[in-house]
Design a protein around this ligand. Structure first.
Ligand code: ADP
Ligand code: MG
Length: 677
């Protein structure tokens, strides 16, 4: 029997059983072994009747004194077994199924009974004769497995129990001795045996630790090997150009230290032959766009084309406009490509003929008709909206091997980044431009709305602008939520009659959206009522107020993103979160929003509240969900695996330890001693 065999090779697993197992994603013997218990029942503790805890599952050893078969008032059989425990106290076991019991229980013999005891009675307990060969299996810590319809607990229990007897699990140690010893791990065999049938609590802990370690270790090591691709993929070697410095020096602001450092990291990568795969993480407003511009400019100066992909049309157009103005007089030919743009065919042709230097667009860039002549650099903005595959698709649109830069405003702790973005090098912009003030954030109840309106009125009279965001476009009768349309009406006709109020939402045509946005940008519009179309990237420095209606409907990252639309200039900015009935989680979200502006803290909290599975991008980036590890709870083990991997890679590079070299080479092929992961 081999761990990679299909489950159909197991005895007693017919096609029906197989189909149930498939539903649990169990196809091979290894999958079955990796189907870990969700909890355990401890049958090892043997109590006497006197000190048994009322209502709790326990084991009692008892001698059968008498068996009474009688009918209850519904004339159904009821078997009452009279028992005596070791000390001599009496108790009863009651069964409803005489056939099941009668032949298996004998007077004067001693049995172990497992079940709940109440008033000295155990209803339908499990039991086993003390002389049975299987007593050890009965009296152990017993696993409880996740199930699916049709599959019973005892099916899985029996299958896994038999499997662990037949399969020589110790043959499948996946890690070399060195790693096991350095990290104080137990062996693979011990871990598997004890995760299913722990000898005791301590053994369970040791087993679980090893399996979590292994899960983190395997995934990260493989990602790192993928990224480093030790046979280095040959890409473009860009030359550094003075004009890039000229561009940076001529900006209307000085780059922050973090921006300069990250730009340096990017330029270093670009000057290497190896293909760049880098992610920039920077909180909202940290100034990622200008970094993208400088990198694209370098690519242009080297004679290559560049592509910049944004998640929404609004954002693509905004970027396009700022590129045009920042590159003014530098001879860069910039185009915008979105699905609603008119002269697309013309633009396709220009891209293919190298008449366009930089193209900024949405998903429309991914269309087959888009073919580049000599693409040098690809940048995707707010990457969690794009998957790895889409990035790859763009890379293949040219005969060149373009460098890739990803920009993300979802800051996550570095240890997590290694798991989630393990295939990318990471740069962090951990500093906001000087002069930015904390956005003062407040939770507003309905009865305080008028005070808030007065405050906003005062700000607008001082020349500022405001956003109002709400979740829906049209009124919903079912949910008691405010729609953009209703809100717009109320603000425009009633509350802020004296101001210019406009509304923007996804159902508007693009030219209508553009027109409103550009009037907001140049200050003709005082108040913009909007759905979340403005969530990402929109940049209007004069706006200093963000009102979020039905704030309980938004997730933490989304609230943080929305709030990030203000606080971009030097004015004190405000965010007002409106909500009435708050649940427990929305209360926590709003609390953390009012406490901090720090994107890292917010994303940590978000991870905690929602769990890692939902965090943007994990699923998309194609990383499997963990079977036993939890990237939040087991952060200490995660850190330990990262240390181990760093050590291994260094050893590997030094080329001295043959065992390590062989091990790493195998892992890069997905082989862990005798089986594939
Ligand atoms: P994000 O990282 O959220 O994409 P942006 O690139 O949109 O941020 O930048 C936010 C605003 O800050 C823009 O108006 C931009 O021009 C400005 N900005 C960027 N870098 C600096 C800086 N070093 N000093 C002052 N303002 C800056
Ligand atoms: Mg941005």
């Amino acid at each position: 029997m081999n761990i990679n065999d299909n489950i159909e090779s197991l005895k007693g697993v017919g096609s029906k059983r197989q189909s149930y197992l498939h539903k649990l994603n169990i196809y091979t013997i290894k999958d079955l072994i990796n189907h870990y218990p969700i909890r355990y029942i401890n049958k090892t503790k043997i109590c006497s009747v006197k000190n048994a805890t009322h209502g709790e599952n326990i084991t009692i050893k008892g001698k059968v004194i008498n068996i009474v078969n009688r009918k209850n008032y519904k004339r159904k059989s009821l078997i009452t077994v009279l028992l005596k425990d070791k000390i001599g106290d009496n108790f009863e076991a009651v069964f409803f199924n005489p056939k099941y019991v009668v032949n298996r229980l004998k007077i004067d013999e001693v049995y172990y009974f497992f079940g709940k005891i109440e008033n000295r009675k155990m209803i339908h307990p499990d039991f086993i004769n003390e002389k049975s060969q299987n007593v050890d299996e009965f009296l152990r810590i017993t696993p409880v497995y996740p199930l699916t319809n049709g599959l019973m607990q005892w099916h899985l229990l029996k299958m896994i129990n038999n499997l662990l007897k037949e399969l020589n699990i110790d043959d499948y140690e996946s890690l070399i001795d060195d790693i096991v010893k350095r990290n104080n791990l137990c062996s693979y065999g011990y871990a598997i045996r004890n995760i299913h049938f722990p000898n005791d609590k301590e053994a369970y802990k040791v087993a679980k630790y090893r399996l979590i370690f292994e899960e983190f270790f395997n995934i990260q090591l493989r990602l790192i090997l993928l990224k480093n691709n030790f046979e280095e993929e040959e890409g473009i070697k860009f030359q550094m150009k003075d004009m890039v410095n000229n561009f940076v020096d001529n900006l209307s602001f000085k780059l922050t230290g973090a921006q300069s450092r990250v730009l340096e990291e990017i330029f270093n990568d670009m000057q290497k032959k190896k293909v760049m795969n880098r992610i920039i993480q920077g909180d909202v407003g940290s100034g990622k766009t200008v970094i993208a511009m400088a990198a694209l400019y370098l690519s242009y100066l080297n004679g290559y084309q560049g592509a910049f992909m944004a998640p929404t049309e609004l954002l693509a157009i905004q970027h396009y406009n700022s590129f045009i103005s920042y590159f003014d007089g530098r001879g860069v030919n910039v185009r915008c490509l979105t699905s609603s743009i008119k002269n697309k065919e013309q633009i396709y042709k220009e891209i293919e003929n190298d008449a366009v230097d930089i193209v900024i667009g949405t998903h429309a860039l991914l269309q087959d008709k888009v073919k580049f002549n000599n693409l040098g650099l690809i940048i995707t903005d707010e990457q969690h909206r794009f998957g790895v595959r889409q990035r790859e698709k763009l890379s293949k649109k040219s005969n060149t091997k373009p460098d890739v830069l990803v920009m993300s405003a979802t800051p996550i702790p570095r240890t997590l980044s290694m798991v989630i973005h393990g295939d990318l090098d990471i740069s962090v912009i951990d500093e906001l431009p000087v002069g930015r003030k904390e956005i003062s954030t407040h939770y507003i109840k309905k009865n305080k709305k008028n005070e808030m309106y007065d405050f906003i009125r005062k700000n607008i009279n001082e020349g500022r602008q405001a956003y109002f965001v709400c979740p829906l476009v049209e009124d919903s009768e079912k949910l008691d939520l405010l729609s953009v349309e209703k809100y717009y009406y109320e603000l425009n006709e009633v509350v802020f009659k004296e101001f210019n109020v406009e509304m923007i939402h996804g159902k508007l045509k693009n030219n209508e959206k553009d027109e409103i946005m550009s009037r907001f940008k140049n200050g003709e519009v005082d108040i913009l009522v909007s759905t979340t179309v403005i969530e990402v990237g929109i940049d209007v420095t004069n706006a200093n107020i963000m009102v979020i209606e039905n704030a309980e409907r938004f997730g933490l990252s989304q609230l943080h993103q929305l709030r990030g639309r203000v606080g971009r200039g030097s004015f004190q900015s405000y965010c007002f979160l409106l909500a009435d009935k708050l649940g427990k989680i929305s209360k926590e979200r709003i609390k953390i929003m009012t406490e901090t502006n720090d994107g890292f803290r917010i994303s940590e909290k978000d991870l905690e509240l929602r769990g890692p599975g939902d965090i943007l991008g994990i699923r998309q980036s194609g990383i499997i969900e963990f079977k036993i590890a939890n990237i939040i709870k087991n952060n200490d083990i995660l850190v330990q695996t990262q240390k181990e991997i760093k050590f291994l890679i260094n050893e590997y590079k030094s080329g001295e330890n043959k065992e390590i070299i062989e091990f790493v080479n195998n892992v890069s092929k997905g082989i862990f001693k005798g089986y594939k992961i």
